[in-house]
Design a protein around this ligand. Structure first.
Ligand SMILES: C[S@@+](CC[C@H](N)C(=O)[O-])C[C@H]1O[C@@H](n2cnc3c(N)ncnc32)[C@H](O)[C@@H]1O
Length: 192
């Protein structure tokens, strides 16, 4: 699965029009009070839905490396006066300003294939496992490898089984593959 060079451009457009955040988060099993991290949140349409589901006793960390991605989300948070989303301009392949064992759900949508293409999986996994609580959930949504469907070139898309294989190699447990809409699947696994 590894590629030699950093060649994949990560700044894809939002999947807001083709991915139902409510359905995805129902499948993830998010609940009130959860600490939820949206890694590579883009315009944050899933972070916003997550914030309404974790409620005032939970917290959503919306993380993206590109400040432009976060601008519209910041405006929406201010307009709605939301207090349970924290924006983080940060690189998910590096150390994040979060404590060990502090996150219930580490989520990424349409990001993992780019990490594989750019050989960034190892550092990202290491950091996600540091901040996930024991028994916490890693949740990865990505594009189905189907011709003539929205998303990145077929060559960089992954079969969900490839993601499962990677997660098992990092000692994650009880992997599950769930169909989530016409163009996406979800892979779930829990940390030890
Ligand atoms: C294809 S977009 C997906 C955005 C959103 N999750 C969605 O499904 O609509 C990939 C996002 O990941 C972000 N990203 C890529 N590499 C990153 C990194 N190392 N750290 C943080 N964010 C990253 C990009 O800026 C971009 O917003």
């Amino acid at each position: 699965m590894k590629k030699e060079k950093n060649i994949h451009i990560h700044q894809g457009k939002s999947t807001r029009d083709i991915l139902d955040p409510g359905q995805v988060l129902l499948n993830v099993g998010i609940k009130p009070g959860d600490v939820f991290l949206d890694a590579g949140c883009g315009d944050g349409f899933i972070s916003l839905e997550a914030a309404s589901l974790v409620g005032d006793n939970g917290m959503v960390y919306a993380v993206d490396i590109y400040d432009k991605s976060l601008e519209s989300l910041e405006k929406e948070i201010q307009n709605k006066k939301l207090i349970n989303i924290h924006l983080m301009l940060a690189d998910i392949t590096c150390k994040l300003p979060l404590d060990d064992n502090s996150v219930d759900i580490y989520f990424m949508a349409n990001v993992f294939h780019g990490l594989v293409a750019n050989n960034e999986v190892k550092n990202t996994m290491k950091e996600s496992l540091r901040i996930l609580k024991p028994g916490g959930m890693l949740a990865i949504v990505d594009f189905k490898k189907l011709k003539d469907t929205p998303g990145p070139p077929l060559g960089v898309r992954l079969e969900p089984e490839e993601i499962v294989e990677t997660l098992l190699s990092y000692q994650l447990q009880k992997p599950k593959i769930i169909n989530t809409g016409p163009y996406h699947y979800l892979v779930l696994a829990s940390s030890r």
